[in-house]
Design a protein around this ligand. Structure first.
Ligand code: KG4
Ligand code: ZN
Length: 403
């Protein structure tokens, strides 16, 4: 047992195998992420069976690399933290099984962390690192938007004696925002994951060229509690959520598809895919410059308009929830929080309202294990350890639900 407050965290909920070592939840000594993008890119999405296999291959070397990067040994650690859900069952189990073995062998506690809580702690870790261990706005409730490939969830996060409580106040009823980015990018013959491609290409188009609209979501048709079709969806019921804070991104994906068909852009998208991605094993051959050159004005306008609409909808509902719930600030996190237009527009809107908004730095926005170690720290201090029979919970919810 180390005694320095060192937590080794392992994250394997989706398509990144990650390990990190963080001191007292506020100082990152090492953060290693092995991405499986090259494996899944040829399928345009994550293939669960391949994800598990890749995690099995990567988990030991990734943990070893984190220990080396931090210049510590297993004996220096105080606890092992691991993502227990939500996520892909087989993928989660790889991290959980290895984390259990390490904790058992070292005779140190195991801490289970919810992946979504991890994303929220990515922002808090970033703040503490920037402010030498101090947390901004200590006792104030924050409205957190977790927006990634698997989630578009709004939480009211309240600090409570060093730890946090969460209330789910809104979420998508179908696709996650990142999922819409990935599907639209695939449709347009761009790379996987789609977010970074669309983010960069949108700069070259007219965001007002195609007027996409989001209609108000009718909860009645979703009252059956059918889970959304996201790759790491939580099945928390939406019946008791305020419809103003519900999202739906499957409609805009279909609207983009209709636009593509109507304007006969599909042959061009196929040609673009051929030109940018030669062979299934070289998915990252193309650069953004190549992609810009391979898109005509109409496609660039479509991309810019899609992004403008998605960011506008995220912004409108997040600020409405913040105002309605009286949160004193906004946290935006998850892979889509890396988006340039999203950061710029959320920052401008917050400034207009004289409100604070915080994002994690880019490497903490997408999946990583430093955020899992940071979320584990308050649990370590409170002695909240995982049972020896900890298992994966693919649809693990965070906090209670309700407005
Ligand atoms: O948080 P994350 O790494 O994994 C999940 O938990 O899902 O998020 C990945 C998602 C993908 O859908 C990806 O397309 C999206 O985040 N993404 C972005 C950007 N970078 C990643 N979306 C928009 N703009 C970006 N710059
Ligand atoms: Zn994530």
């Amino acid at each position: 047992m180390g005694g320095k407050g060192l937590i080794l965290a392992i994250e394997s909920s989706c398509d990144e195998t990650a390990a990190a070592i963080v001191e007292r939840g506020s100082h990152t000594l090492a953060s290693v992420v092995a991405s499986q993008i090259a494996t899944h890119a040829r399928y345009g999405g994550v293939v669960p069976e391949l994800a598990s296999r890749e995690h099995l291959r990567a988990v030991v070397p990734v943990v070893r690399a984190a220990l080396e990067q931090a210049s510590v040994t297993l004996k220096d650690l105080d606890a092992i933290a691991v993502t227990s859900g939500p996520g892909l069952a087989g993928a989660l189990l790889v991290g959980i099984t290895y984390a259990k073995a390490l904790a058992y062998a070292q005779k140190i506690p195991l801490i289970a962390v919810n992946h979504l809580e991890g994303h929220i702690h990515a922002v808090l870790l970033n703040e503490r690192e920037q402010q030498n261990g101090q947390q901004a706005a200590k006792d104030e409730p924050a409205l957190a938007l977790v927006v990634s490939g698997g989630h578009t969830h709004l939480y009211l996060a309240r600090p409570a004696h060093g730890s946090w409580t969460y209330k789910l106040v809104g979420r998508t009823v179908d696709d996650a925002a990142g999922e819409a980015y990935d599907k639209v990018a695939k449709l347009l013959g761009l790379g996987y994951p789609g977010g970074p491609w669309i983010d960069a290409l949108a700069l070259h188009g007219n965001p007002r060229a195609v007027p996409f609209a989001f209609s108000r979501i009718k909860t009645k048709i979703h009252l059956g509690g059918k889970p959304p079709r996201t790759k790491a969806a939580t099945t928390a019921p939406i019946a008791n959520l305020d419809p103003r804070f519900l999202f739906s991104f499957s409609g805009i994906k279909t609207a983009v598809l209709r636009y593509v068909e109507l304007h006969n852009l599909r042959p061009e998208a196929e040609a673009r895919r051929e030109a940018l991605f030669t062979g299934v094993d070289a998915p990252a051959k193309a650069t953004i410059e190549d992609a810009v050159a391979a898109c005509d004005e109409q496609t660039l306008d479509l991309i810019a308009s899609f992004q403008h609409a998605v960011v506008g909808d995220l912004l409108k509902k997040t600020f409405a929830a913040q105002e309605s719930l009286g949160a004193s600030r906004i946290l935006v996190t998850g892979g889509v929080a890396a988006n340039r237009e999203l950061r710029a527009r959320f920052t401008a809107e917050a400034a207009r309202r004289n409100l604070a908004v915080a994002f994690p730095r880019l490497d903490l926005s997408t999946d990583n294990a430093a955020m899992i170690a940071a979320a584990a720290w308050p649990r370590f201090e409170a002695g909240e350890f995982a049972p020896a029979n900890l298992s994966a919970d693919p649809s693990l919810a965070l906090g209670s639900a309700g407005a």
